[in-house]
Design a binder for this molecule. Structure first.
Ligand code: GDP
Length: 295
């Protein structure tokens, strides 16, 4: 995905790398190129501007012009700032409690159900947990069926109440079931709509209030660019979620959402989805992502 951005940044840095001594003009030109590359990768305008302003300030503060290896110092400053932009540290998911409860949120089609299955599989195989998947979509029977198929594929139990129209009650009952049967992580997949609407927000807010989850994860399709950032803002205002899951990073995305979301909603990206298969999930590591972007 970040191929274009990577290439663009490499080209910008060439200006610096070619010179024995760099000048203020070189730095300014490079930063202008960096900002353009970020905007073309669909990074939010304000985020791109703040980013290059900060890099400039640091470069001047660290006397980049008189440094022994100015271009290397400049690359390091950009590297560090990009990592900070994406949150700095790797953010873990909170699995305390018996059971820990994770509530999934997001628009329909964002990849919520697929991610619920991926997360359950990861917790089972890598953390030796006993997850329970819960289908809380009372509007689309196909959604329940989709989760059932995923659960079967990964050998994880699934809880649903096909005749119920009350998602709050389903979630509460599922947690009781988990307690009774000794499951240690409950992953609640909720209904999504094609756009943010009041009814949807009220419903998920009611589920949150009833089950008091360890984590609410907001799932968003990274291919939707600036819309991803706007949707994240709306969900965060209503739900105050704990972390973001960026899906479809394997696609032909310009990657800007990954770079903007953290600083716009001030919540960490915790996971990324990199394909349709159930093992296509990664924890999000800001500094590794920076390495990939800078090439
Ligand atoms: P939901 O409506 O939010 O539950 O979304 P789904 O889980 O049903 O996913 C919608 C579509 O996106 C499905 O076709 C998934 O296979 C696909 N999908 C989900 N995650 C990824 C991903 O990380 N990469 C790709 N390429 N496709 C994904």
């Amino acid at each position: 995905m970040f191929d274009n951005l990577s290439e663009r940044l490499e080209r910008s840095f060439k200006i610096l790398k070619g010179e024995g001594k760099i000048t203020e003009i070189n730095v300014a030109e490079t930063l202008k190129d960096v900002r353009k590359a970020l905007l073309d990768a669909d990074v939010n305008y304000k985020v791109a501007k703040t980013f290059t302003d900060t890099v400039k300030e640091k470069a001047l503060g660290q006397n980049v012009l008189t440094a022994v290896k100015p271009s290397q110092l400049m690359v390091k400053i950009v590297h560090d700032e990009l990592t900070q932009l994406m949150g700095g540290e790797t953010a873990e998911v909170d699995l305390e409690g018996k059971p820990a409860v994770i509530l999934m949120s997001g628009l329909q089609g964002s990849g919520k159900t697929t991610f619920s299955g991926k997360l359950a599989r990861m917790l089972k195989t890598k953390k030796n947990k006993k997850p329970l998947l819960v289908a809380c979509d009372v509007y689309r029977p196909a959604a329940i069926e989709q989760l059932r198929v995923l659960a079967e594929q990964i050998g994880v139990p699934m809880y649903s109440e096909p005749d119920s129209k009350n998602p709050v009650k389903i979630a509460e009952n599922a947690i009781q079931e988990a307690k009774a049967k000794g499951y240690d992580v409950v992953i609640v997949d909720t209904a999504g709509r094609l756009a943010v609407d009041e009814e949807m927000m009220n419903e998920i807010a009611a589920i949150k209030k009833a089950i008091n989850p360890n984590e609410i994860l907001f799932v968003v399709d990274s291919m939707t660019g600036q819309d991803a950032v706007n949707t994240a803002k709306e969900f965060n205002e209503r739900l105050d979620f704990n972390g973001v899951v960026l899906t479809k990073l394997d696609g032909d995305t310009r990657g800007g959402a990954a770079l903007s979301i953290r600083s716009v909603v001030n919540k960490p990206i915790k996971f990324v989805g990199t394909g349709e298969k159930l093992d296509a999930i990664d924890q999000f590591h800001p500094s590794r992502m920076t390495d990939r972007i800078l090439g």
